[in-house]
Structure formats: structure tokens, C-alpha cells
Design a protein. Sequence first.
Length: 350
Amino acid sequence: MIFSILSLTPELSWMLIKVLVCIGFLMLLAPPLTWVERRGSAMIQDRIGPNRAALFGKIKILGLAHVLADGLKFFFKEDLIPKDANRSLFWIAPALAFIPALLGFAVIPVGRSFQVEGVTYHLSLIDPNNGMGLLYPLAIGGLAVYGVLVAAWSSNNKWSILGGMRASAQMVSYELGLGLSVLALFVAVGGYDPHEVILDQVEHGWFLWRQPIGFLVFFVCQFAETNRLPFDFAEGESEIVAGFHTEFGSMKFGLMGLTEYIHIIVASALIVTLYLGGWSIPFNGDGDRWPVLVTVASFLVKLLFMCWVFVWVRWTLPRFRYDQLMYLGWRIMFPLSLLNLVLNAWWITR
């Protein structure tokens, strides 16, 4: 009804629906992940966790009200800007970090394609036949470092600048291994269309089993890209206060935190798509046998599991030293990714 009033074509209407659903999904899933983080850390550390905030003073719902309380707190806190900060860059830095994180999900198919009256509809924001495929989220992910650097430099704070320098060195170091591990997967598939990658796994099995070295490298590098423990050098609290967002407060700080959790969701979605069969049903052959909603549910279950793994690892492993971080990236992950690429090329051409 609304689309007919706006005189939108079915294709444009479908695109608008996907944009709204995609943004809404990420914005609705990221805040509860903060609750999962806090409750998960409490469970791992054998304590109770947040349980005081309650709706109307009575309905506690396992501490979920803390998510709403945190959001309201950020909205109503005073927004302070350091005296010597670059005001314009200080204002746009959170957006420079947030937007690339949000855009990275656009090419991920959350379910199998379906047809209505001869028209094929894809459950990904960007059409898989656009020529970019899974190169798109990798390219967009590389832009995230600019938000961190701008936030660090515009704050004019020594701790922020140290955090920004750490983040840039870390992201560049691990993007090499990340890219080479994905390149080996594209060589095996013969393309970088996400639907082709998923269908190849439906036919031949998950890349988790077919390329375990590539999965290990990609998994570790994604932790480094999201700046999560044991790779949180960009904001190491015990060393540089809060790193690149030390001077940010109110909703700017909240947006920085939200960006981290959206990065987790996108990283989990990439791992699911590339190595865990995407929306396919495990051990049940062709996904076309199943209703679309079942394939969407399959993708969501895998996605939520990987998000939990990010939380689990954060509260299990200690932070590396900086020299250990660089050694792992350049002396272990990078050679392993090259070895994985060579082995897969040899296996295909043997």
C-alpha cells in the first residue's frame, strides 16, 4: 500500500524493504549483544552479573533492562569536547567508524533466493550478480581503520593517539592474512559470489573441513580486525586508558561501543558464509528443499553461535604483548595463509 502510493516499482520496493530490514536487524541485535557480553562474562567468572535494572521497578527479565538503561544514559549525558580537539573531525569520527561497520553486512545472503511470479528475489541487500561479491565486505572492512585514526587524532590526547597507532598497525598486519585466506577459498570455488560459495559448500561440504588452515587464519584475523581480546590493543584499559575513544562521551561513546558489536555481527556473518555453509542446513543436501524461513533460521542460529564464540574467547584469553601480536600476525598468520593458498592451488591443479 505504502509503496503503491510512492509509485515504486516492485524491484525498488524490495530493495527498500531489504535496506530497512538489514539496518533494523543490525541495530536491534547489537544492543542485546552487550547483555550477552555481561551475562556471559558473569557466567564464565562464576558471578551473578547485571540484574538490578527493571521495567517499572519490578520486571527484571534477567537484566535485559540494563540495555535500555544504558541507551537512555548515553542519550542524556552531557556531551563534552576537549578544549584542543579538532571539533569537526571529533564530531564525524564516530560516524566514520560506524558506517563501514554497518555497510559490511550488505552482501551477506541470510537465506536462499526465491521466486515470485517469475521474479527472483535475493535475501541480501546487494544483488550477488553486481560483480563485487564477497570482495565488498573485505574492502569496506579496510575502511574501518580511518574512523579509528580520525577519532584518535581529533581528540588531541596522547592515549588516543597511541591507541590509533596501535589499531592501524594491527589492522594492516592482519588484513594480509585475512585476504590471502579468503583468496584460497575463492580459488577453490572459482568465483567470489556469496551464493556460489554457499552452494559449493552444499555440494562438497563446509570449508571449515576442506580448508581448516584457512579457517583458522580467517578466524584469528577477524578477532584482530574487531579489536577484541586478546587483540584489544587499540583500547587496552590497563595501558592507555580507553585508547582511541578516551575523550568520547555520551552518545558518541555509545556509538563507538555499538560499532564494535556490529563488527562482531558482520565478522560472524562472514565466517558463517565462508566456512560454515551460510544459510544451508547441515547434513541435509540441497537447501532448495527447505522453505526460505528455515534457511534464514539456519543462518541466524549459526550467526548467534559465532557471536557467542566472540564473547567466550574475550573472557577466556588474556591480552597478548604487543611484540607477540606482531609476531603472530607476520610470522605465523601470514605464512600460514600463504601455505594455505599454495596447498589449495596445488590440490585443484594436480
